[in-house]
Design a binder for this molecule. Structure first.
Ligand code: RIB
Ligand code: CA
Length: 312
């Protein structure tokens, strides 16, 4: 029986690859819906890009919802410097024909969790946690109905990518992250500590291109585009492919390792706003609330990703 998931996302090229991986894995994953949130680019673009990706995957049946256009209490910070003005720069893609669902993403999250049996739905946030936190605040009864949350966000050893202290998804809406990390929902976190080991090196980009499909060509173009930021910044041999690690964990958790630890979110200090204060060394008596990943079998991850993308 396929695991039922809802992907909450701010596409973003890496979000797009994560959505493609999920839609290419119907035996294991049933995508009940995709909820767009403001993040890498404004909501009007993330909700459009999510539909572009579904059409690229050849799946116009998955419902796409627009959610929150700004963080709970802060001004929106976007990341066009990484993802380009459209959020999916790197290749020109047609505007989507598929329509947005009329319901707000937060209402969809609430209704879907109330309608499903308890513990059936997994939430997969790939951007700022505004939609999830808003749903939990508006309908506290759904919190206990979530099977688990598997998210991309935060950092410990890798520290920040948008500030010296914070990773982008958490930085954009730290108050939302605090609500999610304190919710008590079982939490698996893919931080920069893992995603910075999932680098799209040249051979890996060439493997996407060598698929000889439109999807392979587009994914290769996307990864070539957004790696320029990381090469300049980190001097790495390729961009970190952040968000697909969430979907890959659902498919093959054995590719990852981490620790069940306490993770708290900095919301008070402007200097360290959005920092994930991860008690990796167990130096406090704070109760563990998250499985915080630290390592990945990158070769196997990219082999899985490439093999699944070949299906589309
Ligand atoms: O810091 C990386 C995260 O921020 C990824 O999810 C990327 O898509 C951006 O949302
Ligand atoms: Ca994202």
């Amino acid at each position: 029986m396929a695991r039922k998931i809802i992907i909450d996302t701010d596409p973003g090229q890496d979000d797009a690859v994560a959505i493609l991986l999920a839609l290419a894995s119907p035996e294991e994953l049933e995508v009940l819906g995709i909820t767009a949130v403001a993040g890498n680019v404004p909501l009007a673009l993330t909700s459009k890009n999510a539909r572009i990706v579904c059409e690229l995957a050849g799946n116009i049946d998955v419902p796409v919802f627009a959610g929150c256009e700004a963080p709970l209490r802060r001004r929106l910070v976007t990341a066009e410097h990484v993802h380009g003005k459209t959020g999916l720069d790197g290749v020109a893609l047609p505007d989507p024909a598929m329509k947005l669902q009329p319901a707000h993403a937060v209402d969809f999250l609430i209704d879907a969790l109330r309608a499903a049996p308890e513990g059936e739905i997994t939430l997969c946030p790939l951007g700022p946690l505004t939609n999830i936190a808003t749903a939990f605040t508006r309908a506290p009864d759904i919190v206990g109905r979530v099977r688990e949350i598997v998210l991309m966000g935060g950092a410990y050893f890798e520290v920040g990518n948008i500030t010296p202290a914070a990773e982008f998804n958490i930085y954009v809406d730290p108050e939302a992250a605090e609500i999610v990390f304190k919710s008590g929902v079982p939490l698996t976190v893919m931080p920069l500590d893992v995603t910075h080991k999932a680098l799209v090196t040249k051979p890996r980009v060439e493997a996407f291109a060598a698929l000889g499909t439109r999807v392979g060509e587009v994914v290769a173009s996307w990864t070539r585009f957004f790696e320029r930021f990381d090469l300049e910044k980190y001097g790495s041999e390729g961009a970190p492919l952040h968000d697909p690690t969430v979907i890959a964990w659902l498919l093959r958790p054995e590719l990852f390792s981490g620790r069940h630890i306490n993770v708290e979110i900095e919301t008070a200090s402007e200097l360290t706003r959005g920092m994930t204060v991860a008690d990796w060394w167990g130096v406090t008596d704070r109760a563990p609330n998250a499985t915080f990943m630290g390592d990945i079998d990158a070769e196997a991850f990219f082999a899985l990703l490439t093999q699944r993308l070949a299906r589309l």
